[in-house]
Design a protein around this ligand. Sequence first.
Ligand SMILES: [Zn+2]
Length: 313
Amino acid sequence: MKTTKLIYEAWKNSRHPLPYETSVEKREVELLDPVEDKDFQPNAGGKCYLCGEEFSGGIPKGKLLKSTFTDHSFAKSPESDCVCAACAFAILTNPNRRQALRWFSFCAADTLTICNRWQLRSFLREPPDPPFVLAATVSQKKHIAIKSAISYSRERYLANLEDETIDVSRQAMIADMDLIESLMGLGFSKTNINEMNFSRKTDPAINPTAISEISGLIEQRKKDRTFALALYAAQEKTQEDAICYMDLQLTTKPWRKEHKLFTPCTEAGTKTEDLQGLTCGHKSNDSFDRAPKEQLTLEDLLTASSGKWDAER
Ligand SMILES: [Zn+2]
């Protein structure tokens, strides 16, 4: 099955209009069924200009693809002059509601979900049963659907970040995301993390040795594009969860002093000793949750993550 066909079928199986909700808006999204487009020709046939599949019923490419369409290099049947309904669905803007698939990140499986950032994050960590198509848009302008791919495994799947199709290990995705979200919870921005700029002061102050180790880990992980996708979808952990994840408990293990995350805080504000008593909550989804009764240590994090990823890559 072609990617756009899976997406179109998923949409047809979904309840319309599709719900879409973010922290600032709640609305309904009504995408246009190509068979209702004024230029749809039920008797058109042959091979689709974009996906190359045999089809019955489509829209002439001259009507569908405006002069602003710049993705002709993706056409699988350049000699054809018509686009199938499934590909047209991925391209069309609904003239009545001014809504289009390209404006949204989405996951298509049995049904189509247009995703806010939290939903995207959830699908990246827990994809649906295959086959599925998962894509994240940043620009909201690109026709990502015609460039995305079908995944047949939840553990090793394909996901688009804009035009780029990324080969994702689900465990690496979860590990990258947990690391990024913990750093965000400690007060670093996504830009800080991407640029490995940890020079700003945190309260409590983070051990320079730990920062150096985290920077090294990020430098290594950034070579895998999974990291960029994880960075885009990441949501900030609370400081409490972040500290749990990064293991403040190391401060109570003097024999591993060199790995503790925080240096003692002597200034006003959050006291290190106040944070020492924190215990991690449930971490059932954490990839490093292999010894539930023990605190995760930064050392564990660094060792487990690099070893695990090296083994899987
Ligand atoms: Zn097509």
